[in-house]
Design a protein around this ligand. Sequence first.
Ligand SMILES: NC(=O)N[C@@H](CC(=O)O)C(=O)O
Ligand SMILES: [Zn+2]
Ligand SMILES: [Zn+2]
Length: 451
Amino acid sequence: MSATKREGGGQTEPSESVLIRNVRPYGEGSPVDVLVRDGVIAEIGSAPAPDGAEVVDGGGHVLLPGLVDLHVHLREPGREDAETIASGSAAAAAGGFTAVFAMPNTDPVADTALVCDHVWRRGQEVGLVDVHPVGAVTVGQKGERLAEMGIMAAGEARVRIFSDDGFCVSDPLVMRRALEYASGLGALIAQHAEDPRLTCGACAHEGPTAARLGLTGWPRSAEDSIVARDAILARDANARVHICHVSTAGSVSVLRWAKEQGIAITAEVTPHHLLLDDSRLEDYDPVYKVNPPLREESDVAVLRRALADGVIDAVATDHAPHAAHDKDREFALARPGMLGLETSLPIILETMLRPGLLDWRGVARAMSEKPAQIAGLADHGRPIAVGEPANLVVVDPDFEWTVRGSELASIATNTPFEGMRLRGRAAATLLRGRITARDGQAARQEERSWT
Ligand SMILES: NC(=O)N[C@@H](CC(=O)O)C(=O)O
Ligand SMILES: [Zn+2]
Ligand SMILES: [Zn+2]
């Protein structure tokens, strides 16, 4: 779409030049030096460090465009005991991201320009990543009356993605109107595809595991049917629609069909749905409770293949921090959701790159270029070329580390990968030429504590 976001300001202004030595753009060819000046890529080749330039030793690693996440929950305003825009931004920068989209299920809900503009401004003030607010589709995310999308779109944050994520826009007439209205604004509706009539009390994938454990099942059809319905509504409204956190083989078939019809539908998949399945639920550990639920091994295989083929366009984390007293409860009562920002890249390397399903170009496409295009961001997900904005990440693909929730930048600690050895991390992240993270640590830590 043609809409673009404003360039960030405030503390993200570049102050000096940075020389990234010895990196391989897209993991190709022999290592080069990349000189960044005034927030843009000034030279690629073999450059002497200019006076006063900060030097990043790229160690022969891979240089990619900064990662873009279409789907995070930063919990501010309202649940700053789980995450803040500052702590979530630190997690994003540490994970290699330069832009994230913050879902509106906050308190108050981001269904007005007032809340959306606060989120945008606070993100710019923190200055570690561009935090684009996603506006709610309906007032209070209640699914009844459309929110003032036009006013949110005209605000300082220039909201271009609307979603009731956490909830489905389940009323087909409301969804139809939302698609029509959004289309007129050049905006995108992102759907949390879940027919609530089919998921009453559901907390786990409907299948043999949930049956054995005595957990109420969430059938695949609750997702597949909404994806099919929304594809058809988008077709007839001549609108674009985006499907959040696709989790089933059936959704993939519908997406493939819809794309073949020329319907303007896009979709994302989370790292956890690409790695984990419902066998994790055996011990009733609520850290594995998430919406949509972890599915079966066969779904995981189909999701990986769909991301490789481009039927699923992008990776999005659905980073969902929760305070311990909301998460560490009996399974049926625990909040759904898991941390994702700092573990996304190594999990995509594990599930997609190393098995040969994506090469580095493919990783750049799924984690940066496609999400930036879907969101209409003009300054992220760009080629690594002279004159382009210096939103970049140096990826050390072989760095091994053990995930510890307590050591992540997020305030909450609900990672499903606790204790897991992961390979790969962001060695350095640059936002408009400024270093926002190095070696898995965000540049400024002083703003992250909530106390
Ligand atoms: N994914 C989740 O399980 N939880 C999300 C909501 C959502 O993405 O649907 C949350 O806000 O915690
Ligand atoms: Zn959701
Ligand atoms: Zn979500």
